[in-house]
Design a protein around this ligand. Structure first.
Ligand code: F0G
Length: 350
């Protein structure tokens, strides 16, 4: 049986004999060959389904380790700023570890499912009239002078946990892919993946991918070369104007001979519908940014035909039902509670 990240990957993580065996059996997520999109795009495309983690996003990989280390250090309370997924993961692992969580979120800009999770896992939820960047500044300052452990991705244990996704991809394919495509918000995850690929290559000579990161156009600080005061995008998960790991993301790009590019909300929503409709995989809009980036890069020739590409689907589509219903073009058919009427309707469309 899969034992969760800390146990499975302890040789690659700074685990000590005092690290508690915290887990919700995170990790070991599916790497799905996207057969229909591969054919359409002329590449060999795989999706890493991080929405299959216990709280429905990749954040569980980093959070299990950050919370375990906080407990190891004697902490009774973790704190984070979040666009939603980090808060869900922090609240879940804190609940599991028997400690308190406090989350600070931008009012009105967190998808409903994520908010429901934080409520159910018992977080103290503070909403502010500000964006993620404001919230992160505040929790960074508060955690310096109070007895709370900061579990945003500026906490190095988050990066350690999240790098394990690269190990799983390499193990699944037998080597690193040619391209690794990933959405970029606060830029912790692209940093973590690159660290993971490098460490596995050092240990096992498995090769390195080109790292292709994608920001949403209205929040594309790295692409535009300056912080964005009022970031805006339909992909609320990556609605971030001043990424904390900006420099590390640029290092991942430059060391791997990759790119950091941006995709429009229209491209994100197109990819969001495509991955559900063509492959049966429901991701949240922030996750669809990476597929939008793959499509853009194939069109521009930056990803050549025949390449092996992994795109990371960072979060589950169920987290954001409002966006799904707002883009859906499906009409509900309202019929009588009668077999005859329903049969006639079905025969009519066959
Ligand atoms: N995809 C999803 C679904 C996310 O929730 C995030 C970040 C990202 C991508 C970007 O990852 O920040 O490491 O570059 N969500 C954070 C949060 C900010 O608070 O849940 P990143």
């Amino acid at each position: 049986m899969w034992k969760g990240l800390i146990e499975e990957y302890k040789q690659y993580l700074p685990v000590t004999e005092n690290t508690p065996p915290l887990t919700l059996n995170e990790g070991n997520t599916p790497l799905v060959h996207l057969v229909n999109l591969s054919k359409e795009l002329g590449i060999e495309l795989y999706g890493k389904i991080e929405g299959a983690n216990p709280t429905g996003s990749f954040k569980d990989r980093g959070m299990v380790f950050a919370v375990a280390k906080a407990v190891e250090e004697g902490s009774k309370c973790v704190i984070c700023a979040s666009t939603g997924n980090t808060s869900a993961a922090a609240a879940a692992y804190a609940a599991r570890a028997g400690i308190q969580s406090i989350v600070v979120i931008p009012k009105g800009k967190v998808a409903l499912g994520k908010l429901a999770q934080a409520c159910m896992y018992g977080a103290k939820i503070i909403e502010i009239d500000g964006n993620f960047d404001d919230a992160l500044n505040i929790v960074r300052q508060v955690s310096e002078t109070t007895a709370v452990s900061l579990v945003n991705s500026v906490n190095p244990y988050r990066i350690e946990g999240q790098k394990t996704a690269s190990f799983e991809i390499v193990d699944g394919l037998g080597k690193a892919p040619d391209f690794l495509c990933i959405p970029v918000g606060n830029a912790g995850n692209i940093t973590a993946y690159w660290k993971g690929f490098k460490e596995y290559n050092d240990a096992k000579n498995t090769g390195l991918p080109k790292m292709f990161g994608f920001e949403a156009e209205g929040a594309a600080a790295i692409v535009k070369g300056e912080p964005i005061a009022n970031p805006e995008t339909v992909a609320t998960a990556i609605r971030i104007g001043n990424p904390a790991s900006w420099k590390l993301a640029e290092a991942a790009r430059d060391e791997s001979d990759g790119i950091i590019d941006m995709v429009t909300d229209a491209e994100i929503l197109e990819a969001y519908k495509l991955i559900a409709g063509k492959e049966g995989i429901f991701v949240e809009p922030g996750s669809a940014a990476s597929l939008a980036g793959v499509i853009k890069s194939v069109k521009s020739g930056k990803i050549p035909a025949g390449s092996q590409v992994v795109t990371v689907f960072t979060g589950n589509g169920l987290k954001d039902p409002d966006t799904a219903m707002s883009v859906s073009t499906i009409d509900l058919i309202s019929l009588k509670n009668e077999e005859k009427e329903i049969r006639e309707y079905i025969e009519g469309i066959l």
